[in-house]
Design a protein around this ligand. Structure first.
Ligand SMILES: Cc1cc2nc3c(=O)[nH]c(=O)nc-3n(C[C@H](O)[C@H](O)[C@H](O)COP(=O)(O)OP(=O)(O)OC[C@H]3O[C@@H](n4cnc5c(N)ncnc54)[C@H](O)[C@@H]3O)c2cc1C
Ligand code: FES
Length: 367
């Protein structure tokens, strides 16, 4: 997240507050330390749910997933002690003391906002391996695009009517937007990338989206990346690096074949700068030349689960995500934070019913 700024006209500190809506859209607002989140939100034309505006009705109740705040004054009927202890707060009363991430209990449409749209230029198109492409995009108004490490955007595939979701591999503070794409033969985005795309092409995307993002906390992390699920994890590692993280943790990166292994040097360099952090990788193909053949679960030790006092970030193809969830549940561990994202294939509109990005409903992590 961005560092604290000061409003030039008043000299009062301001913070970035991420409002995540139920439909996956995230909007960022700037909130002064002497201002409530609700006031700042309305000034910035985002109608979060509100009624009394006075800490009496509970209509605005929101889960704060990350950051510090002054909860303000309110009555027990609006927010119970137990709810406050779980991380719930009242935006009409709360004032930020750091950057915050809030879950707003409505859709972006009801709040009369929506995902912002950006247009940029392809500045890099690198075939990292036979199966994986790195796509780099510059946008002229980069300062207007705030996101949380782990989030994704929906990119319109040029020359088609379809969009596909891709997670940022760069950290929020980095100027250039970088995405890792696993090529799927016959796929819309994959065909564009391999047959038509060129440096200089114009690309449009909307976002940021998603509740799979790095929470600020002091407990260790366990990151599990399957295939190009490495992209959001790279964004998180870069953020931990700039934050000077010393919470320790482990990354396990697993792929199907040797052709899918990318960015090993970059991961090694990043992890080597994070105290108490370890990592390893594995390949499930028995014909692989990798030292570890198998699935990510084989590289998770009891010590990596810290008796449950750990935040798990899990991202990759749906079968991998399901296998790891089953494995963790089977280990009898209830991690304090468990966040995951499935890189589900787009389904034709008529078949689409459930949202493709998910976070565990019980994923609230005390900040
Ligand atoms: C939140 C989110 C984040 C993601 N982030 C990334 C990322 O960072 N990197 C990444 O590589 N991928 C990511 N994905 C997956 C990505 O969005 C695309 O699904 C993937 O890249 C394939 O896109 P495509 O256009 O090339 O293929 P598509 O056109 O989607 O087709 C893929 C293949 O599947 C077949 N297919 C399509 N629909 C169906 C269906 N309903 N049933 C069966 N087969 C079907 C097609 O024929 C084709 O062979 C993410 C997905 C989600 C939901
Ligand atoms: S709007 Fe009533 S408690 Fe916030």
């Amino acid at each position: 997240m961005t560092a604290t700024q000061t409003e030039p006209s008043t000299g009062i500190a301001t913070h970035q507050v991420a409002l995540s809506f139920e439909d996956g859209v995230t909007r960022f607002i700037t909130v002064r330390e002497d201002q409530t989140v609700a006031d700042a939100s309305y000034r910035q034309r985002i109608n979060i749910p509100l009624d009394c505006r006075d800490g009496a009705c509970g209509t605005c109740k929101a889960l704060c997933e990350s950051g510090e705040y002054d909860g303000g004054t309110y009555i027990e009927d609006a927010l119970s002690e137990a709810e406050a202890a779980e991380g719930y707060a009242l935006p009409c009363s709360m004032k930020p003391r750091s950057d915050l991430a809030l879950q707003i209990a409505t859709t972006s449409e009801v709040a009369k906002t929506g995902a912002a749209s950006y247009t940029g230029t392809v500045v890099g198109l690198d075939r990292l391996s036979p199966t994986t492409v790195e796509l780099a995009i510059d946008i002229p108004n980069r300062g207007e695009l705030a996101f949380l490490p782990g989030q994704y955007v929906n990119i319109a595939v040029p020359g088609t009517e379809v969009t596909r979701s891709y997670s940022f591999a760069n950290a929020p503070h980095e100027e250039r937007l970088v995405f890792l794409v696993k090529l799927t033969p016959g796929g819309a985005m994959s065909t564009w990338l391999t047959e038509r795309a060129a440096v200089g092409d114009e690309v449009t995307f909307t976002g940021p989206n998603g509740s799979f993002f790095l929470r600020e906390a002091r407990r260790p992390v366990l990151m599990l990346a399957g295939g190009t699920g490495l992209a959001p994890v790279l964004s998180m590692l870069r953020q931990l690096d700039v934050d000077g993280c010393d919470r320790g943790g482990r990354l396990v990166y697993g792929v199907s074949t040797d052709d899918d292994l990318v960015k090993l040097d970059e991961v090694e360099e990043l992890v080597s700068r994070l105290p108490g952090f370890t990592w390893d990788h594995c390949v499930s193909d028995p014909a692989s030349t990798a030292a570890n053949k198998g699935y990510v679960m084989s590289l998770i030790g009891d010590e990596d689960l810290h008796d449950g006092d750990v935040a798990i970030y899990l991202c990759g193809p749906p079968p991998m995500v399901e296998a790891v969830r089953t494995h963790v549940a089977g280990a009898g561990i209830e991690p304090t934070g468990f966040y995951y994202e499935k890189f589900a294939l787009a389904v034709p509109a008529a078949e689409a019913s459930a949202p493709s990005a998910e976070a565990s409903p019980a994923s609230a992590e005390a900040s």
